[in-house]
Design a protein around this ligand. Structure first.
Ligand code: KG4
Length: 408
């Protein structure tokens, strides 16, 4: 089946179309007999980043991000359909023969009454192009920034209604987990229990997965998320936004350890018995250290590189320690990572090494680097699993956002 997925939970406008087949049978007991191999083809994966807009603020401005989603959604959908070879211009016969067109357009306006910009453009788009051969629409409803989520949800509701395509809602965190099945051996009953670590710009959570669909949060950040910590400390150091990749780039240049540049930042909560995180203390430590730094040293590239290497290592140390602790405490068989920060090369490398050394019998799942940060492929995959599980469309009229949606 072809799935068109939409993701607007933060500052990236993402639409993807995938072709999904097979049963997630090893995962769902009731389908176990029909074991067709799970397979996903990515037909398109468009991510329109708003980085340039939010750069000057060093973080995402929700109202501005919402406005940009409204501007981006139709061009991004057009690109996704074109890339998937699913776009066709409507013939005039369609417009003449579609008697309900006017009343449908009236209803569209109602659905999009809070999305003024989209509302103005969508009618022309839907009249210009034919209904694409898509079987399901998957849409992220949370967690995320509520104004941004609403734009995506309203857009998904509008096209689901106009084209009469089934629709299914997706949890953003689960999508970060489910994207791990691409190009990898699917999980089976034997792989549970698993522990998942989600580290992104908005979330830092460790949870236990006893089986598919059975989640329990073990710990989460008490203040800033790991990605947020990268973004904020990068801003203190005068680096680019988003901060994660900028800090990783600088850290990678710091090859030779030099005592002249010896810097040590705290690893907050690393030795506590719980699975919680706190990254705001790390941010404050960076701020104080930088304030006390002489002007001469601030201009020294190597010093900034040393700072970045230490910030990155502090985040990695805490992430690994808490995850491995959960893995050992719960005698888990699999570790699953997800979220933008897992694109970090050093984090990926050190996780692999530590697991091999400390818990060699465990499996490690890390998403393909290109699918760690927000994208709609992950929404399409999570949508497919949910579709197979509940087996029916949700009612587009009833779909709402859930900015604080939990995993359980
Ligand atoms: O998952 P994501 O795209 O969005 C959220 O759902 O939050 O994560 C974005 C976060 C940003 O804070 C960014 O700085 C961080 O992921 N990030 C990285 C890297 N690439 C993105 N952090 C560390 N190293 C990276 N290579």
């Amino acid at each position: 089946m072809k799935i068109l997925a939409i993701e607007t939970s933060c500052d990236d406008t993402c639409i993807s179309i995938i072709k999904a087949s097979g049963n997630p049978s090893p995962l769902l007991a009731e389908l176990r007999r029909a074991r067709k191999k799970l397979h996903f083809d990515i037909l398109s994966n468009i991510v329109s980043s708003q980085v340039e807009i939010h750069k000057k603020w060093g973080g995402v401005y929700p109202t501005m991000a919402k406005r940009e989603h409204q501007r981006n959604l139709l061009p991004v959908l057009t690109r996704a359909l074109k890339q998937s070879k699913l776009i066709k211009i409507s013939n005039s016969q369609f417009l003449i023969s579609n008697k309900n067109l006017n009343s449908k357009c009236q209803k569209l306006k109602k659905i999009l009454e809070r999305e003024k910009y989209l509302s103005k453009k969508i009618e022309k788009f839907l009249k210009k192009y034919q209904k694409p051969k898509v079987d399901l629409i998957a849409i992220t409803i949370g967690p995320g920034l509520d104004p941004c989520l609403w734009t995506g949800v309203n857009f998904a509701r509008a096209i689901a209604f106009f084209w009469d395509i089934p629709i299914i809602t997706v949890n953003h965190i689960k999508a970060h987990i489910f994207v791990n099945v691409i190009n990898k051996k699917p999980l089976t009953k034997k792989d549970f229990p698993a522990v998942c670590l989600i580290v992104s710009g908005g979330n830092t959570q460790v949870f236990l997965m006893k089986d598919f669909g059975k989640y329990k949060i073990l710990g989460e950040t008490r203040d800033d998320a790991a990605g947020e910590c990268f973004d904020k400390t990068a801003r203190i150091l005068g680096l680019d936004y988003p901060g994660g990749p900028a800090i990783a780039r600088e850290a990678a240049k710091y090859k030779i350890q030099d005592t002249k540049y010896k810097i040590q930042f705290p690893r907050p909560m690393i030795n506590q018995k719980n699975y919680d995180f706190s990254f705001s203390g790390l941010k404050t430590a960076v701020l104080y250290k930088y304030k006390k730094t002489t002007k001469k040293l601030k201009k020294d590239k190597k010093y900034i590189q040393a700072m970045c290497a230490e910030i990155q290592q502090a985040v990695i140390d805490v992430s690994i320690k808490k995850t491995i602790k959960a893995a050992v405490d719960y005698k888990i068989k699999t570790i699953i990572l997800g979220g933008g920060v897992t694109a970090n090369k050093e984090l990926r490398k050190q996780f692999k090494e530590k697991i091999k050394k400390d818990i060699p019998d465990s499996k490690l799942y890390i998403p393909d680097s290109k699918l760690c940060t927000d994208n709609a492929v992950m929404v399409a995959i999570a949508g497919y699993f949910r579709w197979k599980k509940i087996g029916k469309s949700e009612n587009w009229q009833d779909i709402k956002t859930a900015a604080n949606l939990k995993i359980c």
